[in-house]
Design a binder for this molecule. Structure first.
Ligand SMILES: Nc1ncnc2c1ncn2[C@@H]1O[C@H](COP(=O)(O)OP(=O)(O)O)[C@@H](O)[C@H]1O
Ligand SMILES: [Mg+2]
Length: 350
């Protein structure tokens, strides 16, 4: 269990983390989402006690990280994959950590096997690709067999096989009842990995919910229909208050009506349907819809003390500063160089 209360971190006039309150529970993977610069890494550093909060607190099992008896046995973390002494082998790096944390030596071989580094264990980590360094960082996090795990953008630098591997690993760790807290600026990656998400923008909490709820509450979703009478159905849909766009010769994508409503409209107008299905929005679409709303809403209610987030972001209500800038996530997509460096590293990893 990780608990963060009123956590705030200011660097000069930059508010990197702005009054965050959330809890990360055991038994599931919780994704920590937000664009680059949202404050994810800073929050994680504060949880680990690597930085001092300006105000508020972060607790692991009810204590500050520094106050834990054997921190590595309670919480394992991967923040900076390259934060390893380059001249040291993977084995020696882990052995050193094990010895200073009262962890048995055999555990070093175990975790090396777990992350697939057994063959290169005696090589200097200086020559490791980013992907291999990520694996070594994960090995270090797992060394103390901790109940709480925290990973900062762990899939960066991993190839597709590595990404699948870490996704399975995180889900397996959660299935064992552990707390797994993992950050990412990639919505699509989290959609396949996490059950719960904590979304932040500009240091502020935007939502804490499940992925399913987040999508359901923040996106309209669409209805897909196949019919030999597409034109007639499009008219009937419009008359019922929906909107339809053609998608191929006999298919329509409908917004503004539920599957039940579309089915009723077709029945009432005697239109034959060959398919009627609900299309779920992706996490990314829902995220864009939510943040688009919040910017718009802010523009009209600034200063009224209301929250910027109308639907799924109700948890942000207590945190949204009435006169502060809105979390304009839509305007801050991950910079393209990030994607490039990821694929470049991915290439080197394989
Ligand atoms: N040590 C620091 N000094 C000054 N500003 C910082 C420092 N660390 C982070 N920041 C700023 O705080 C904000 C949040 O950064 P970060 O936590 O790294 O975001 P994320 O991990 O979500 O990309 C950014 O604007 C960043 O530039
Ligand atoms: Mg970061």
């Amino acid at each position: 269990m990780i608990e963060v209360r009123g956590l705030t971190k200011r660097y000069g006039d930059k508010l990197a983390v702005d009054n965050l309150t959330f809890a990360v529970e055991p038994g599931k993977v919780t994704g920590f989402l937000g664009p680059n610069g949202a404050g994810k890494s800073t929050t994680m550093r504060l949880i680990l006690g690597l930085d001092r909060p300006t105000s508020g607190e972060a607790m692991v099992h009810g204590k500050q990280y520094q106050a834990l008896g054997y921190p590595m046995r309670e919480m394992g973390a991967l923040l900076e994959a390259k934060a390893v002494h380059g001249g040291r082998s993977a084995y020696n790096h882990l052995l050193c950590l094990a010895q200073t944390n009262d962890i048995p030596k055999r555990r070093v071989d175990e975790v090396l096997g777990l992350v697939g580094l057994t063959e290169v264990a005696k090589k200097r980590s200086k020559g490791f690709s980013l992907g291999m360094s990520q694996r070594l960082g994960i090995a270090a996090a797992l060394l103390g067999d901790p109940q709480v795990l925290m990973f900062d953008e762990p899939v960066n630098g991993l190839d597709p096989e590595g990404i699948r591997w870490i996704r399975n690993l995180m889900q397996a760790l959660a299935a064992e009842g552990r707390t797994v807290f993992v950050s990412s600026h990639l919505m699509s990656e989290m959609e396949n990995t996490a059950q719960d998400i904590i979304v932040i923008g500009r240091g502020k909490l935007i939502a804490q919910t499940t992925i399913d709820k987040f999508i359901a509450e923040n996106s309209t979703g669409t209805v897909k229909v196949r019919t030999p009478q597409a034109e007639a159905l499009a008219k009937a849909v419009a008359a019922a208050g929906g909107s339809a766009t053609t998608s191929g010769a006999d298919a329509l994508v409908i917004q503004g009506l539920s599957t039940d409503q579309v089915g009723d409209v077709a029945f009432d107008t005697g239109i034959r349907l060959h398919e009627l299905s609900q299309t779920r929005a992706s996490l990314e679409q829902a995220f864009m819809e939510l943040t688009a709303d919040s910017v718009e809403y802010h523009a009209t209610v600034q200063g009224s003390g209301q929250t910027a987030v109308p639907a799924g972001g109700r948890h942000a209500a207590g945190h949204a500063a009435p006169d502060g800038p809105p979390p304009q996530i839509t305007n801050a997509p991950p910079p393209p160089q990030d994607t490039e460096s990821t694929s470049e590293h991915a290439g080197r990893t394989s």
